[in-house]
Design a protein around this ligand. Structure first.
Ligand SMILES: C[S@@+](CC[C@H](N)C(=O)[O-])C[C@H]1O[C@@H](n2cnc3c(N)ncnc32)[C@H](O)[C@@H]1O
Length: 216
């Protein structure tokens, strides 16, 4: 678990009282560690995955977008929240990692609901049709481009739609006055959201921080 902001014992208790991932997600997490080594840390945590599924279910989102798919963990969690006719469009730049995702979409039985677009997301996101409002988007790709992804997605987001953004606490460094470049990027993004009168937003201390943004 990646609960950076909880006492470890409380974190364990929390996990013991959260519905755990199934065998497909467990196998994906294992293979991701074997194949990508330390990069497996980029994968969202099981409790975040549960939250993503619930937010898609609760919002009854039908048109969902993910920016940053990696080997597919979060995409499976998002797709599992979709009702009949729901679609997930995934954006990533890496063919090798997303080849693993494609295999696990088959195993999870959600492949037919998912469309993968390979390439720089700042370009490919602009191809999303303006007349098909996005109900929910999850941003978890390269951090310096967060403001770009946010603006493109805001222009496509339905009224009442949600944007979820991962790593917004950046291991707590956002609150540290001695700031490096990556931290400055996340801080600037967080400030941009706070200053945006088009939305309300809530930062959750789950994993590395997840911001839930709702467009009016
Ligand atoms: C943190 S990982 C995503 C983890 C994923 N959400 C999960 O739970 O497994 C970030 C992903 O963003 C992708 N990425 C990085 N730069 C990108 C870009 N410019 N355009 C699209 N995807 C990019 C990487 O290839 C990587 O798969």
């Amino acid at each position: 678990m990646k609960a950076t902001y909880l006492d470890p014992a409380v974190g364990q208790y929390l996990l013991a009282h959260t519905t755990m991932p199934d065998d497909v997600l467990d196998a994906l997490a294992l293979e991701t560690r074997e194949v990508t080594g330390d990069r497996a840390g980029m994968q969202i945590s099981p409790d975040q995955g549960r939250l993503l599924t619930m937010l898609v279910q609760l919002s009854r989102a039908r048109n969902v977008v993910e920016v940053g798919t990696f080997t597919g963990y979060s995409s499976i969690c998002l797709a599992r929240g979709l009702g009949p006719g729901g679609r997930l469009t995934c954006f990533d730049i890496n063919e090798d990692w997303t080849a693993i995702a494609r295999r696990y979409w088959e195993k999870a039985g959600i492949a037919e609901r998912v469309d993968l677009r390979i390439g720089p997301a700042a370009e490919r996101l602009r191809e999303l049709p303006a007349d098909q409002p996005v109900d929910l988007a999850f941003i978890d790709a390269d951090k310096p481009n967060y403001p770009v992804y946010y603006e493109i997605l805001m222009s496509r987001l339905a009224s009442g739609g949600l944007i979820l953004v991962d790593n917004t606490l950046w291991k707590g460094r956002v609150a540290d006055p001695s700031v490096d470049e990556a931290t400055r990027g996340i801080r600037e993004f967080n400030d941009l959201v706070m200053a945006d009168s088009r939305v309300t937003s809530l930062m959750l201390p789950i994993a590395d921080g997840l911001t839930v943004i709702r467009k009016y």
